[in-house]
Each structure stands twice: as C-alpha cells, then as structure tokens.
Write a protein that binds this ligand. Structure first.
Ligand code: GCU
Length: 360
C-alpha cells in the first residue's frame, strides 16, 4: 500500500528516464549504465552547473597552524592552506582538520560550512564520536555573489555565459582539492570520506560527491532546489526563483528553463544517480517548504532503480516518510526531522549512525 503511494507520487512527476540512453536504448546492464553515467555528467554540466575543470592546475598544501592538544588534549587541530596554480594565475584558501586521538585512521567528514573556521560548531561532539572533520568555510574559497569570474578558482578558469561554471561548481571543485590532500593522508581512512553540507552547501556537497568518485558517501542536508529536490512538481523554490535570486550559482543555460521545468532534459535524480553505487544520504526537515521535503524524498526513490541495477539496495522504505522517520537500511539513507531548515545535532547523530551501520 505504502509503496504504491510512492510509485503514484513519482508517476505524477513524469520524470525524464535516468535508465535510458540519449539514443533511446534501455539501460539494463552495468556496462550500459557506465555509458549513461557519462551522458548524465555531460547534461548536468551543460545545462545546470557549468563545466568543472579537469586538467590544467597544480596544487600544494601547507600546514600553517597546528595545535596538538585541542579540545583538552583529545584532538589535533590543523589549519592547512590549499594553494592552486595555473600557468598564469594563483588562488588559495584554508581548511581545518580535526583529528581525534582516540581512533586510528578515523573516517572523515569533509564539511562545507557557512561559518568562519574560528567557530566551534559541534566539532568536539563529532570528533568525540570517532570521526575526523575537514572543514572549509565556503566564502574563503570564493564569495557568494556574482563576480563574473574575478575571484578564487573561478578566476583561474573563467567560463562563458552559457556553460561556464557557477559558484556551486566552484565550491564543489574546491572541496575536491581538499579531497586530493585527504585521500592519501596516513592519519585518516582515505576509503571512508563523506562530503557533507547544508542548504546551498548541501547542493555543493552533492555536486562534489556526484562528480568525484573518491567519496564513499555524500550527504545533502535540506538542499532543496538545485540540490536533491526534484524540480518537476516541486513546491517552494523553483528554477525561476533560483535564476532570479542566485543566477551565479549555476551556468547561464539554466535560465532557459525558468518557468519551464517540464522541459528540463534532466531532473535531480540524475545528479543523485552519479553517486551510485556509493552511499547517498539526504536529510529533510518537516517545516522546510522552500526546499520541499517531499521532493527531496522522491528523488531518493527515483534513483533507487539505478542502485538496484548495480546490485545494491537503494532507498528501503515501505511508505512516504512521516515526521521523525529515518530510513537507514539501504545505500540511500534518508530522514525527515521535525522542525525547520537547519543542520543540527539530530542530523549529525543520524549521519553518524548510518555511517557506523554501513561501515562507510
Ligand atoms: C535560500 C535559497 C536556497 C538555499 C538557502 C540556503 O533560501 O533560496 O536555495 O538553499 O538560501 O542556502 O540557506
């Protein structure tokens, strides 16, 4: 009965098929999925987020500060400067790494935050639970405003008015430069790194983890429009709102679909599908109508056939979610927290519970 309700809700959305190649071929083997996956990467960069550089830079990382006895001696707190060069240009930004001392090679949260690195923001609670945290304050990478490729990594690789990368792609790509540092770091478990963020940074985290296969898990909290929410049939924020208020988050081509979501050659389950077969976690809040919890949930349901094709359970649940539900059984985790748009301790607790359960 409950499963039927999910199916009906999805049918109403009339989504573009994630498991069909552009030439019409049904995608029913892992090999064909590999091909479809490349098409989807293309579509999302071309029509929504813009192109992320694949070559043409070099990176160095320098420890600029280290406290070996942070949090009363429980953790090492290190600030690292990421320095990125191209032939003619240069940019840099810091991130902070908190390493708990009571765990050998801890799993990591690479966390994009709104707050400055001087804030404490739950760090102690997370590291006490046995996780390392690599935290970057997003506007240290590039300001949250339309600046026409004059700042940060955007200035290293200026784009055009059509498929040039938007700020979400800039933040996402820059988080991957932190991943470059983490992935081979002896002190952590490079096979268990999750990227996480809230709201606009939930969009950026999802994009980052979708485009960068090295993350074992991708966490998008209340990410809404342009994040995990389906655009078709969505309540609250839509494409026109995004293009009016935050055009610089996306590439110029997205404007073609303002007021015309049904014409989008993708929907957000395509972005989620790039995470397959890795773990995906979406969190919603009941009173977050601007993001639209129902559309966030349905995206998780819509990506499930892709997981199943690859032999994984996607989202495992028997009914539409109710306040307080958490679905943790499958490779897609989801919870619907009571309350408003926010990333708080209940959310982190559930992310950690899910990670422990699945060993990611
Ligand atoms: C605005 C925006 C959302 C975004 C949110 C946030 O509300 O419309 O798309 O997620 O800001 O980042 O807090």
């Amino acid at each position: 009965m409950g499963k039927e309700a999910i199916k009906m809700e999805l049918e109403k959305r009339a989504l573009p098929e994630v498991l069909r190649l552009a030439d019409g071929t049904a995608v029913n083997t892992p090999e064909l999925w590999g091909k479809r996956r490349e098409e989807i990467r293309e579509i999302l960069q071309e029509e929504c987020y813009g192109r992320m550089p694949r070559t043409g830079w070099e990176t160095e990382w320098e420890t600029v500060q280290e406290d070996k006895n942070a949090f009363g001696g429980k953790a090492v707190l290190r600030t690292v400067e990421v320095r990125i060069h191209t032939n003619s240009r240069y940019t840099s930004y810091p991130f902070q790494l908190v390493l708990p001392k009571n765990v050998q090679k801890p799993p990591v949260f690479l966390y994009l935050t709104f707050l400055p690195l001087s804030s404490d923001e739950l760090m102690e609670e997370i590291t006490d639970s046995g996780y390392a945290v690599a935290r970057v304050s997003y506007q240290d990478i590039a300001p949250d405003q339309g600046d026409g490729y004059t700042n940060g990594p955007g200035a290293l690789f200026p784009g055009n008015a059509f498929d040039g990368w938007g700020k979400l792609a800039v933040w996402a790509w820059s988080a991957s430069r932190i991943m470059d540092y983490l992935v081979d770091l002896e002190e952590i478990d490079g096979k268990r790194i999750a990227v996480a963020g809230h709201s606009r940074l939930g969009k950026a985290a999802l994009l980052c983890g979708a485009m960068d296969d090295r993350f074992s898990m991708v966490i998008s909290n209340d990410s809404g429009a342009g994040g995990i929410s389906l655009f078709r049939g969505k309540e609250g924020e839509n494409v026109a709102d995004l293009c009016r208020n935050f055009p610089y988050w996306f590439c110029g081509n997205l404007k073609k679909y303002a007021g015309g979501e049904t014409k989008l050659p993708f929907d957000q389950h395509f972005l989620a599908a790039l995470v397959v077969p890795r773990k995906l976690y979406a969190a919603s809040a009941v009173d977050d109508q601007w993001a639209d919890p129902r559309s966030e949930f349905l995206s998780c349901a819509a990506v499930t056939p892709v997981y199943e094709l690859l032999g994984e359970k996607g989202l495992v649940c028997d009914s539409l979610p109710e306040k307080g539900d958490a679905f943790h059984e499958g490779s897609v985790g989801y919870h619907l927290r009571p309350g408003t748009h926010y990333l708080g301790r209940e959310d982190w607790k559930l992310f950690m519970e899910y990670r422990r359960r699945h060993g990611v």
